[in-house]
Design a protein around this ligand. Structure first.
Ligand SMILES: *Cc1c(COP(=O)(O)O)cnc(C)c1O
Length: 409
């Protein structure tokens, strides 16, 4: 395989046109879209309009005239189209962390007599911490962890909610959503899927898998901008049995009746809590609309191609240079990012970033490279490996400046 072959592949890529919808700085190969997605070209104009016209001119009238009030359901309904859900099964609200809290509490309550949240050790920190917070709040509840090899056997009659991240944030390992959901249901437990590292990059069919609950992130592959609002999903059949523990007025059956007593809104609206962050939702909507125009099967196929190419090239060009693959080799068992371990992973990543290849470091020794199919070319994966090789062969990463840890890695 030569760079020519790779460029030919890019020339016939059915998704190639999407790249120009994003602002990508000159000289940068951006392999961190799984942590903060790139800026869509349309976002600045949309935000300017939301700020100057909707806010500046129309002021409070925009809650009605610009349908600010309907934004959580409207954008949620669009996200539903990306994850195999119905429009009334998804709303945009809060952060992923807060949505985890709401759905964990609701799931526990919907399974009376069961007191265990089951998850895996090494799950994303906020998922574990939020579960631990629920445990601290509810004396009967315990958080149990089981490694994924024995996870299904650990689902017993005490488990109310199995909480898992669909694509692991470090290794990229992907659960078989349908199989795990079926196994949990056979034991009477619900499953709460965290789709943060999946949505927008891999195929997700929540309804097809019979999924119960899910949360996901707006600022990763959905390109909604830093701190974009998150979303949550609950299957329609389950919604009436779910109560939000954060009973804010936006989740009330009649928020503008201003009554003293809480009464949950019908359906999923009860999981709204406070006033929606309109500027954030406006930016998120742009990212979601771009993803909706792409064929998710093509996106997933390109993700498999980019990640396979990257693994092949690293193992060829960087053989003997201290890298070990820490992601599944089988494409159907991974998401859209690839992890390699290296004993000097932090300075190696700093040296890469200084050369325009932006990935990230995850403690203790992981180099993580995300491949957003909508804006990356095969050529980018190829060139990134050549720069990685140069950093490792020259040992440029030994430079003192690259050893200094920043607050965010
Ligand atoms: C990114 C990510 C989050 C982020 O949660 P925030 O509340 O947005 O900070 C949560 N869970 C997983 C699995 C993630 O990858």
């Amino acid at each position: 395989m030569t760079l020519d072959d790779i460029q030919r592949r890019d020339a016939t890529d059915p998704l190639a046109g999407f790249r120009s919808e994003f602002t990508l700085p000159e000289g940068v190969i951006y392999l961190d879209g799984n942590s903060l997605g790139a800026l869509p070209r349309a976002t600045a104009a949309r935000l300017a309009d939301t700020v100057t016209r909707e806010w500046g001119q129309d002021l409070i009238r925009s809650w009605n005239t610009a349908d600010w009030i309907g934004a959580p359901q409207r954008v949620g309904g669009k996200i539903a189209g990306l994850i195999g859900a119905q429009a009334d099964e998804v709303v945009v609200a809060d952060s992923t962390s807060v949505n985890l809290f709401k759905l964990l509490a609701a799931g526990l309550k919907a399974r009376p007599g069961r007191t265990v949240i089951l998850t895996e050790p090494g799950n994303f920190p906020t998922d574990l911490y939020v579960a631990q917070g629920v445990q601290a709040l509810l004396p009967d509840v315990t958080v149990r962890t089981a490694p994924r090899e024995t996870l299904l056997e650990a689902i017993d009659d005490d488990v109310a909610v199995v909480m898992l991240t669909h694509v692991h944030y470090k290794s990229g390992a992907r659960f078989d959503m349908a199989a795990v959901t079926a196994a949990a249901h056979a034991r009477g437990a619900l499953v709460l899927w965290d789709l943060s590292h999946s949505v927008g990059a891999v195929e997700i069919d929540l309804n097809g898998a019979g999924a119960d609950l899910a949360v996901g992130c707006g600022y990763k592959y959905l390109n909604g901008g830093p701190g974009a609002p998150a979303f949550l999903f609950a299957a329609r059949a389950l919604q009436a049995d779910l109560a939000s523990p954060l009973t804010g007025w936006m989740g009330h059956a009649a928020p503008f009746a201003f009554g003293d007593d809480y009464a949950p809104a019908p359906g999923l609206d009860r999981f709204l809590c406070g006033t929606p962050p309109i500027l954030g939702v406006a930016a998120l909507e742009i990212g979601v609309e771009i993803a909706l125009r792409a064929d998710m099967a093509q996106v997933a196929e390109k993700s498999r191609q980019l990640t396979a190419l990257f693994i092949d090239r690293v193992e060829d060009r960087c053989a003997g240079l201290g890298l070990t693959l820490a992601s599944p080799r089988a494409p159907e068992q991974r998401g859209s990012h690839i992890a390699f371990t290296h004993e000097a992973a932090y300075p190696v990543m700093q040296a890469l970033i200084a050369r325009g290849v932006i990935g990230d470091f995850r403690a203790p020794d992981i180099l993580r490279f995300g491949f957003t199919p909508l804006y990356l070319r095969h050529e980018d994966a190829w060139n990134a490996v050549e720069i990685l090789r140069e950093v490792l062969v020259s040992e440029a990463w030994r430079e003192p400046a690259y050893q200094v840890r920043a607050a965010v890695t």
